[in-house]
Design a protein around this ligand. Structure first.
Ligand code: B12
Ligand code: SF4
Length: 524
């Protein structure tokens, strides 16, 4: 095989930003897989240039100049930027490939703009692209490994790329690691509900943790596992056998059901400093928090007690909620969340607007069947900028009024100062304040107020959200244009639109959800 010049681009941002929170965090949002792809390409003997775009670089000048093949990793919010980049690289004669959450959720759309669209990705899948390395236009080829990979290069192998990213992080430097893929639970709204749980190589994890102690005085590891600690004791054994207790700090996303007091004791001993459990709703999704049939205020008290208990063991906790779920109606869910904020002042609540990311989850099939999905441009699909599902029990103005009320309550001077008072450690205390006064708190309040105003004043915008037209309103296109800057000129015609029911159509006559996992099950 000829030696290829390969570019690997990790889009951790969707466009330029100056937000303070982004300055602190964006370099820490780098993904593991683009680094893994870069390692695999080098192992095959190719020249690799790697770039993680965090929104602070001059993208045009940092792009790898002469390449035969480019891999781009993108979330859906960065899809339009990815499409523009692909067009630019194609104009220079390169072949392009996309992988990551967007490619998994919207493969049919990505095929229109890339030569290769990767689903589950392992080394053989990358080798297939490297061997073929040809133009596939107008429709790209879809390549997917039969399942999530059993081996992903560890920190030592990815170190060149990790260290280059972390040089961009001003003071908090999070090393991304992965201990498992998939999840044994089956929450139908989740991309991992159909992906079998699979721990990765424990030996490699131990080696990586030891390696990190040679690089940092006190490393900080962010576990990217969809649900960290499913095999709790095994994971704790790995950490305890690898490094002295408390020598590495850890952050993990874990379901509330795994965060019992005995587990918290062990997590604290092992250096866990931040946890991100999902609460989602007071009326639904009990499976995830294991609150079963408990609803309403009873669930608020129970969850709040548990979160306050967790806060005795770790200094930082972000509790995630989904707003606009079908089980919710009226003002009650929002008022219950305000009570949670009162009862749990040390927690940082993360609010997501209900979103259906293409074929991510089985539930999205039902949303499309019911014709509820709105083709909001990908650029806004990040759980906050816009919502692509009409809430079933709220009109838009009523819904946004509640969202604004809750966000204002959560980031009021009173709530911010109570959070400050209830957080013990220095960095978490101030991180919470920065988050609140930057893009994640005040920024969102401004944005939601703008949306609320437009629901009344901007007819094309409202008609689009009401599914009376599919014409993209000027509000959306103008914003994409501003955010993409010079890259806007490279956005292919029609790339702001997408088929919101592509999943439904791809399932065809069988009526079966067409996620990677369903396809695999069908093939076996
Ligand atoms: C860990 C995680 C995070 C971490 C780390 C993010 C990161 N940059 O990697 C944090 C907490 C920072 C995060 C933030 C966000 N996240 Co997140 N996150 C996850 C989570 C739980 C696990 C993803 C993971 O790493 N899995 C392990 C890897 C190995 O598996 P995988 O992701 O399935 O990837 C496979 C393939 O897609 C492919 N692949 C992946 N990347 C690439 C890249 C290339 C080049 C190639 C060829 C292949 C490839 O190979 C992998 C192996 O088969 C998923 C939910 C889930 N359960 O998957 C959500 C998820 C990916 N996140 C999501 C969202 C929306 C966000 C946010 C926008 C939320 C927000 N408003 O802030 C931000 C965006 C951050 C950013 N721009 O970087 C959505 C994405 C939907 C979408 N289509 O965009 C998901 C799917 C959750 C959901 N809502 O359903 N997230
Ligand atoms: S527990 Fe979390 S990761 Fe697992 S299926 Fe449910 S939402 Fe997804």
């Amino acid at each position: 095989m000829r030696k290829l010049r390969i570019g690997v681009i990790d889009l951790a941002a969707k466009g330029p930003t100056r937000a303070l929170w982004a300055r602190v965090m964006n370099a820490n949002l780098s993904s593991i897989m683009p680094q893994a792809v870069a390692v695999w390409c080098r192992e095959e003997g190719h020249d690799v240039t790697f770039l993680c775009y965090t929104g602070f670089e001059d993208l045009a000048s940092e792009l790898p100049p002469e390449v035969d093949l480019v891999f781009i990793g993108a979330f859906t919010e960065a899809a339009q930027l990815a499409y523009a980049l692909s067009n630019l690289f194609r104009s220079r004669g390169a072949v392009t490939a996309i992988g990551g959450p967007h490619a998994r959720c919207y493969p049919q759309d990505a095929q229109k703009y890339f030569d290769y669209v990767l689903g589950f990705t392992d080394k053989p899948a990358i080798q297939e692209v490297l061997t073929d390395c040809a133009q596939h236009r107008p429709l790209g080829v879809r390549i997917s490994a039969p399942r999530q990979p059993a081996h992903i290069p560890g920190v030592r192998e990815r170190w060149d790329f990790i260290s280059a990213n972390l040089r961009k992080a001003p003071f908090i430097k999070i090393v991304p690691m992965l201990g498992s893929v998939g999840c044994p639970y089956t929450c139908s709204f989740c991309i991992d509900s159909t992906v079998p749980y699979q721990p990765l190589d424990f030996g490699l994890m131990k080696e990586d943790l030891k390696f990190l102690l040679t690089k940092f005085r006190r490393p900080l590891v962010g576990w990217h596992d969809p649900n960290f600690g499913v095999r709790f004791d095994q994971f704790m054994d790995v950490i305890e056998e690898a490094v002295p207790a408390g020598s590495i700090d850890f952050i993990a996303e874990s379901s509330l059901s795994l965060l019992s007091e005995p587990h918290m004791i062990r997590l604290r001993r092992n250096g866990f400093k931040a946890l991100l459990p999902g609460i989602e709703s007071w009326n639904d999704l009990g499976e995830k928090s294991r609150t079963g049939a408990t609803h309403g205020m009873e669930k608020v008290r129970r969850v709040s007690d548990q979160v306050n208990m967790i806060l005795r063991y770790v200094p930082y906790i972000q509790t995630n909620f989904v707003l606009g779920l079908d089980a919710d109606s009226g003002v009650e869910p929002f008022e219950l969340t305000k009570r949670f904020v009162d009862l749990t002042p040390g927690a940082f609540p993360g609010y997501s607007l209900l979103s259906a990311f293409g074929e991510a989850a089985p539930l999205n099939f039902e949303y499309q069947l019911a014709n509820r999905v709105i083709p909001v441009p990908f650029h806004f699909l990040n759980n906050n900028s816009a919502m692509n599902l009409k809430p079933s029990h709220y009109g838009w103005p009523e819904f946004y009024e509640h969202v604004i009320g809750l966000t204002e309550y959560t980031f009021s001077p009173r709530a911010i100062s109570r959070r400050l008072g209830a957080t013990r450690a220095f960095i978490p205390r101030w991180l919470n304040v920065v988050r609140a006064v930057s893009s994640e708190g005040y920024g969102r309040i401004r944005h939601y107020r703008d949306v609320f105003r437009r629901l009344d004043a901007d007819r094309p915008f409202r008609d689009f959200l009401d599914q009376e037209t599919t014409e993209i309103p000027a509000y959306f296109s103008g914003k994409v244009r501003r955010d993409l800057g010079p890259m806007w000129d490279w956005l292919p015609a029609g790339a702001l639109e997408h088929d919101a029911n592509a999943y439904l159509r791809s399932a065809g006559a069988t009526g079966a959800p067409a996620t990677d996992a369903f396809r695999r099950a069908a093939n076996e």
